[in-house]
Design a protein around this ligand. Structure first.
Ligand SMILES: [Zn+2]
Length: 384
């Protein structure tokens, strides 16, 4: 509630500043106009024998005019908004600026942390920083990743300027793997190039390209190729035709995403940089952690000594990775010997819990999470 009030205050202050800025602009324009007019009058009367008198009059008039303009306009100095000062106080109260309260001295593996930071800088293409970090932290093996990240970076940079060369080279080199994975980057690449040629150089260039590069794909992608060829009829106004989707500039962004996803998958790494994910998850969980820390401090409980959070911390679905599964009944982490099992109601328990509940499959049992019944034979093993 308080945050909504803060937002309103900010909007009001922003509106006031905008108004004050446009008012100042108007005054400046008027001042410049008055000065220019005065100059013109002085110049035009400079040949006159009574020029001196005229100049004095003009200047006096100008002074009077400027005085009126400025005094009416209430030219403001730097805005000292008491409203902003109040907002700052509310924000400090609501947003707990002292986040150190929720910190725990964790025993991090320095090598793993270095690797995560190095990968982050690589994915941001900050190669100089990585070189320095690798040297100082003695993480020499990270250098082997450099070529990989550089290659991806070159592909993506080229795509930004609509150059498909590096992407085409990488796709050709990984053709077999891409086909095995069911990824049709080859067709997407040729579609982009075809449309780019059609819009940039015209029909004949596009058709020539189609004969060379699209014809070999005809057996697998006849429909898509027919559509591309039909679009030639609308070459001059493709964006207002039934084929407008082909000319959508966002196709380039989505192709870059597809290439990145395939590239990362082949390199055995996540498309999302671990440091960014960890930071985002931390920011989302921080308000709850701070509340918990406050409650525990009020109850004289030791935050630092806590081994496990007393309540589950819910994060958004984008932070659900499922590398491990912990049975909600036994609290055991599932393994190959004790795999996760899906009940007919959709809930998941570990094999051992189901064995216990069903007395080794000799009776039906109720799901511990909902009132649905189940039998051992109805449960299916889940593979993550
Ligand atoms: Zn259930």
């Amino acid at each position: 509630m308080e945050l909504i009030a803060v937002q309103d205050s900010f909007e009001r202050v922003a509106k006031r500043r905008k108004l004050s800025s446009s008012k100042s602009q108007e005054i400046i324009i008027q001042v410049v106009y008055e000065i220019e007019q005065a100059l013109l009058r002085i110049q035009s009367s400079s040949d006159s024998i009574v020029a001196d008198v005229d100049q004095k009059t003009v200047l006096a008039e100008l002074k009077a005019k400027l005085h009126v303009v400025c005094s009416h306009a209430h030219l403001e100095g730097p805005l000292q908004d008491t409203e902003l000062t109040r907002c700052q106080k509310v924000l400090e109260k609501v947003l707990h600026p002292d986040i150190s309260m929720a910190c725990v001295d964790a025993d991090f593996d320095r090598h793993v942390i270095n690797q995560i930071i190095i990968r982050h800088f690589y994915s941001e293409a900050l190669f100089d920083i990585v070189d320095c970090l690798v040297k100082e932290a003695g993480e020499d093996e990270a250098i082997s990743l450099r070529l990989q990240y550089q290659e991806l970076h070159e592909i993506l940079e080229a795509l930004k300027s609509r150059d498909l060369g590096p992407a085409s080279k990488w796709i050709s080199a990984n053709q077999d793997r891409l086909r095995e994975s069911g990824l049709d980057l080859e067709l997407k690449l040729h579609k982009l190039q075809f449309v780019d040629l059609l819009q940039g150089k015209g029909r004949s260039s596009a058709l020539k390209y189609a004969r060379t590069y699209l014809a070999p794909l005809a057996s697998r992608h006849m429909d898509a190729i027919q559509r591309l060829l039909c679009s030639v009829l609308w070459a001059e106004r493709l964006d207002r035709s039934p084929y407008a989707d082909l000319a959508d500039p966002s196709n380039w962004g989505s192709f870059a995403e597809d290439v990145t996803r395939a590239f990362c998958s082949f390199a055995g790494r996540s498309i999302r940089d671990p440091l960014t994910v960890a930071l985002a998850a931390g920011m989302e969980g921080l308000p709850t952690l701070l509340k918990l820390a406050n409650v525990m401090a009020a109850n004289k409980q030791e935050w630092e000594a806590m081994k496990q959070l007393p309540v589950p911390l819910e994060l958004g679905r984008e932070f659900h990775f499922h590398p491990i599964f912990v049975c909600p009944v036994s609290r055991d982490q599932c393994s190959e010997e004790n795999p996760p099992m899906l009940l007919p109601c959709g809930h998941v328990l570990c094999q051992l819990s189901i064995d216990k509940l069903s007395k080794a499959g000799t009776r039906n049992f109720k799901c511990p999470n909902c009132p649905h019944g189940a039998s051992l034979s109805q449960c299916k093993q889940l593979c993550f």
